[in-house]
Design a protein around this ligand. Structure first.
Ligand SMILES: C[S@@+](CC[C@H](N)C(=O)[O-])C[C@H]1O[C@@H](n2cnc3c(N)ncnc32)[C@H](O)[C@@H]1O
Length: 239
């Protein structure tokens, strides 16, 4: 059998893995922050700059970077659906990658606890096509709450970057508002290079990351516009 060397109950060949489409991040089962991992056990070199992808979904985007990007960096995916994390981490182990790690976490409540213990610099945080939670009374379920935005900015190293994107303008604008409000420490990058600039509204005209996420590909195939914005930390913050 193809998976014989890894007889994990979730990954047996031919077995269908049922993964819930959505969870409610406000339910009591997600309210406790997840403990950070032993960094030296999950990464070969835990002093390398770290990229964190919040709500990483299937993890394909980060695995691609871990395998193909020439950057000396570690990659951490935070995802609230445990089964998705188990499946992704299975593939990381199969591939023998020691610079990428996926963990279960409600990022809204766990980011600070996890990332503040990382021994190296935090160089990039991405929030790519987060769940939109359209109804106004569900907006508090959105992953980027004020405390998370504060924690991202606080933990980013000087020169570190934030990338946000969504195929839902209202969601992109909501995230943008939170980071635009911190212009004293975060600078909006309106030109990544001469080929990648912003439109008149300040949205990046293309993806600066070489590869698209699954949600991004799906949305673009459906004809949606992706609203993206990038920031860079220019000054230290003290809370
Ligand atoms: C629409 S999917 C996008 C996945 C991926 N970023 C992409 O662009 O393909 C949003 C992901 O965020 C996860 N998520 C939602 N709330 C979260 C939270 N509070 N903490 C961590 N992950 C969360 C969901 O389970 C889902 O996998």
């Amino acid at each position: 059998m193809f998976y014989q060397s890894h007889p994990s109950s979730i990954m047996q060949r031919g077995q269908h893995l049922r993964i819930r489409q959505h969870v409610n991040p406000l339910s009591s089962s997600f309210s406790e922050p997840t403990e950070p991992p032993e960094w030296k056990e999950v990464f070969e070199d835990p002093m390398l700059p770290l990229m964190v992808d919040i709500g990483c979904g299937s993890g394909r985007f980060l695995i691609w970077h871990a395998k193909n990007s020439g950057e000396r960096r570690n990659y951490l995916g935070l995802e609230i659906r445990q089964k998705l994390v188990d499946r992704t981490q299975f593939w990381v182990n199969e591939l023998g990658l020691r610079n990428v790690y996926f963990m279960f976490a409600n990022a809204t409540v766990s980011f600070e606890r996890i990332v503040s213990t990382y021994p190296g610099p935090l160089s990039l945080v991405s929030i790519l096509c987060p769940d939109p939670h359209f109804k106004k009374r569900h907006h508090k379920r959105r992953v980027l709450q004020p405390s998370l935005a504060d924690s991202i900015i606080k933990n980013l190293s000087l020169g570190g970057q934030v990338l946000i994107q969504s195929d839902v303008l209202e969601v992109a604008a909501d995230m943008r508002e939170r980071f635009d409000a911190c212009s004293d420490v975060l600078e909006h990058i309106d030109c990544v290079d001469k080929d990648l600039q912003c439109d008149k509204e300040g949205w990046l005209l293309d993806n600066p990351m070489e590869i698209r996420t699954e949600r991004e590909i799906h949305a673009e195939l459906e004809g949606a516009i992706i609203y993206r914005r990038m920031y860079q930390k220019t000054r230290d913050v003290y809370y």
